[in-house]
Design a protein around this ligand. Structure first.
Ligand code: ADP
Ligand code: MN
Length: 286
């Protein structure tokens, strides 16, 4: 943290003297106090945290995060749910005490290269950003916009709440401090057929109503909550006008097909389903 940022923080701290939790670096103590069930929320150890935070987040991210904590809608950041290659996801609380999910994208040159394939060709994006931060900001905003499109047509995705630079705040899916499990971790889902149908309807509605293809759909990006699938990780989703939209759709269907085969449900007409989704007869195509 540099001097400027520290000064800014001090100023913000004064303005908010009634809020002692404006700086998420203090939240390890809060965790101790609350003694939350930390089975799935990995607590951020205070000593390691600073180093971890600094290696993951650049100053601007820390700055924006502090602003969201001072001005709302965030109240506290409780703990980390997932540390991924491109992003970390945290459980946080808003000013009303409700859980929210906080997804923070890393400004990382290495992970950003492949993102190009999901930006160029999407009619919503006219040109590639010319630096890494801008690219990651666009990527985070893309997830926000995709969530919005899907949510608006009634699909089972987390409701997007705020996008600020590389920080996405969205509806949290889980019970209390326990986030919903991924479908891949459900050993034997009871309502397999219903689950299958729900996922098929999602793929179809995402394409036909939200005009998007997920692009990374699998049991790794579907949460299982109240025995229903909730679809996440939608930053790479492309508009159906994208030149590779149909290729991505085919891949999504294959992933889902493989998953259901593993749990004993045969996906009989995958090809027919594909043509149903894109609403073209296969006779006209091949
Ligand atoms: P990535 O796979 O790129 O790291 P995801 O969006 O898939 O990012 O999120 C990583 C993990 O965080 C998910 O596998 C899930 O366990 C958790 N997660 C993501 N979004 C939410 C949410 N809205 N509510 C609860 N948990 C979430
Ligand atoms: Mn994911």
């Amino acid at each position: 943290m540099n001097d400027m940022l520290e000064k800014e923080n001090d100023k913000l701290e004064k303005e908010n003297s009634n809020k002692n939790n404006f700086n998420y670096i203090n939240t390890a103590d809060d965790l101790e106090k609350k003694g939350i069930d930390a089975r799935r929320i990995r607590k951020i150890d205070f000593s390691k945290k600073r180093a971890a935070v600094e290696s993951v987040f650049d100053e601007r991210t820390v700055f924006h995060l502090n602003k969201l904590l001072v001005n709302g809608p965030l109240d506290t950041i409780e703990g980390i749910i997932s540390a991924g290659k491109e992003a970390n996801v945290y459980l946080a609380y808003d000013l009303n005490g409700n859980e929210v999910a906080l997804k923070i994208y890393k400004i990382d040159r290495n992970t950003s290269k492949w993102m190009r394939n999901y930006i160029v060709g999407d009619p919503r994006f006219k040109k590639m950003p010319n630096n890494i931060s801008k690219l990651i900001y666009l990527w985070a905003k893309k997830e926000y916009k995709n969530l919005k499109r899907a949510y608006k047509v009634g699909l089972n995705v987390p409701k997007p709440i705020v996008i600020k630079s590389n920080i996405l705040i969205m509806e949290y899916i889980g019970f209390g401090s326990i986030p919903a499990p991924l479908l891949k971790d459900i050993k034997d889902p009871k309502n397999k057929q219903e689950l299958f149908d729900d996922i098929m309807i999602f793929i179809k509605d995402l394409y036909q109503k939200a005009h998007l293809v997920h692009g990374d759909l699998s049991e790794f990006n579907i949460l299982y909550h109240n025995q229903k699938p909730i679809f996440i990780d939608i930053s790479q989703a492309v508009d159906i006008e994208h030149p590779n939209a149909e290729k991505f759709l085919e891949r999504d269907i294959k992933n889902v097909m493989n998953y259901f085969e593993k749990i004993g449900i045969e996906f009989k007409d995958a090809e027919k389903f594909y043509y149903q989704v894109i609403n073209k007869s296969n006779k006209n195509r091949v």
